[in-house]
Design a protein around this ligand. Sequence first.
Ligand code: PMP
Ligand code: GLN
Length: 398
Amino acid sequence: MKTYNPILSEYGTTIFTVMSALATEHGAINLGQGFPDTDGPEDIRGKAAEYSIDGPNQYPPMMGIPDLRQAVAAHNKRFYDLDVDWQTQVLVTSGATEALAACLFGLIEPGDEAVLIEPTYDSYLPILRRAGGTPKLVRVAPPDWKLPLDQLAAAFSERTKLIMLNSPMNPSSKVFGADELGFIAGLLEQHDAYAVCDEVYEHIVHDRRRHIPLMTLPGMGERCLRIGSAGKTFSMTGWKVGYTTGPADLITAAAKAHQFLTFTTPPNLQAAVAYGLGKDDEYFEALGSDMEAKRDRLAGGLAAIGFEIMPSEGTYFLTADFRAIANRTGFNGDDAEFCKLITTKAGVAAVPFSAFYQGGPNSNDNAGVNHFIRFCYCKNDALLDAAVEKLAGFFGTA
Ligand code: PMP
Ligand code: GLN
């Protein structure tokens, strides 16, 4: 029989699906895959229902319905003072996942290099490689997740087409600061490169930090594609409505891929998201502050058990080092084994950190990162407490 595409077929099923299936099989509390346990605002869901009944339900415009593109432009103005022409500078996609693929397929030519910062979100590497690009990887490492500027500069060359920049970053929960962004902007200018900016957690930033889109830095409006997700901003991950903002020529390049990937996104969901983006500032502020309180609640509980908690500056994830627990209990496996253990025996699922590195779990590339696991904390307080109780019951407290 003929073989399948070798790049994609070498990847297993995504870690999120694997851990969620294991959690379901064992009735474990799922703090693995990132999704809130309560659906987002009822008024937004009501709008989706209304628009579905009232219609139209036929193909919307390929770039997205005008109401949503206008709302995305207004959102960029309100939060970042960006002037965006809704007709030429906004593209609506089926989730940020499709936006990432459309940007990479639209920009990458075989032989191009792309700079990625590990740990990376799971779709970046496979899609980049399938598009013909060569990854140049730089790492940020716990506990401070500092960007190694020399290594980053060394990763750029005249073949660099783009950097993929995820801030707030999943899974490290790092929020890039103004200095780091300034340095990246300098490299993009120097090497005439673009940035695909995955900013799906733009409104989930903690400790009074500010999310700064790279696009807002001088000269960067020409070079950045900035991706947002209604799934994150309105806590409805199943909706899969993404929106990308950028200069008209880059948006056109991404749309060339989008028109052959999904072509359009359900019109009732687009209309409801347009309504949602118009919510008052308090909604967006509360999203971040609610998550911050949940972070502190889970971090406190896990620390009492003996996990060492890395800083979580944004997103709804936190990274925990389990070595102290391993020493205490005699566990001597890696992160994947630890996650399997806690899912099947303690009744709490998490995600092994090494899944976010090029080699994946079981690779030698990952020595130094395979004693970390990622917990998701966008859950109701009682569930977070129950998870801590189960882990404490299993491991005891420190
Ligand atoms: N990027 C990052 C960093 C994410 O965590 C996610 C989460 N799913 C996505 C992109 C994809 O977003 P969407 O569900 O809108 O496709
Ligand atoms: N973004 C989510 C996470 O990081 C998962 C998305 C997915 O399952 N593909 O957990």
